[in-house]
Ligand binder design. Structure first.
Ligand code: GLN
Length: 210
């Protein structure tokens, strides 16, 4: 049986995640209402704008039910803005920005600095066999601190081919934590869904099936 995996469809790159989940052997469904949560085996929170998704979660009355579902063990994969929404702590948040939480991490929003707002790279990721994963970073966060229960799955490359340029604002961009897992929560700073490589989604489908 294919697991039913929701894609939070309030804002962001919903279609790309739906396609990647299909390629990874799941049955994706768009989620906009609290009543739709109960039927899910897992959920993807897409990239987009975390402040906007946060506001829409509250307007659509999804914030509290989703927070409760995560606390009750719903597997969730957050990409970019989705990573920010899963983080317990955010640096560079707007004054009224809230997160769903669940991941014992501190993320820094827009961490890679202006000149590298967006770049493509590839990252070696624990749990993803078959070589480096192509990764698009779009005004991406990084994980600045991770608690003891958090497994670091990937970091940005060190200097050399495919490494991000040094940033001036927030420190060295090489070797930064860009993928983590804590229990059934998975998060990446980058967007694997826009590169046509479904291996990160395959990892999430495997977590859902566990
Ligand atoms: N910078 C965005 C935010 O803070 C995230 C960007 C993305 O999801 N591509 O929400």
């Amino acid at each position: 049986m294919k697991p039913v995996i929701g894609v939070l469809a309030l804002q962001g790159d919903v279609r790309e995640h739906v396609a990647a989940l299909e390629a990874a052997g799941a049955r994706p469904v768009a989620v906009r209402r609290p009543t739709e949560l109960a039927a899910l085996d897992g959920l993807v929170i897409p990239g987009g704008e975390s402040t906007t998704i946060d506001k829409l979660l509250r307007i659509f009355e999804l914030f509290d039910p989703l927070r409760a579902a995560i606390a009750a063990g719903l597997p969730v994969y957050g990409s970019c803005a989705g990573m920010i929404l899963l983080a317990d702590r955010v640096l560079g948040a707007t004054h009224d920005q809230q997160t769903l939480g669940g991941l014992d991490v501190t993320v820094r929003r827009n961490a890679f600095g202006r000149q590298v707002d967006s770049f493509e790279s590839s990252v070696e990721m624990v749990g993803v066999p078959g070589g480096p994963v192509p990764a698009a970073f779009i005004r991406a966060p990084w994980v600045e601190e991770a608690g003891p229960a958090v497994q670091v799955l990937a970091r940005t490359r060190h200097r050399g081919a495919g490494a991000p340029e040094p940033s001036t604002g927030t420190g060295d961009v090489a070797g930064r934590i860009v993928a983590v897992r804590q229990g059934t929560l998975l998060a990446t700073s980058f967007h694997p869904e826009i590169t046509g490589d479904a291996r990160v989604h395959e990892l999430f489908v495997a977590i859902v099936k566990e």
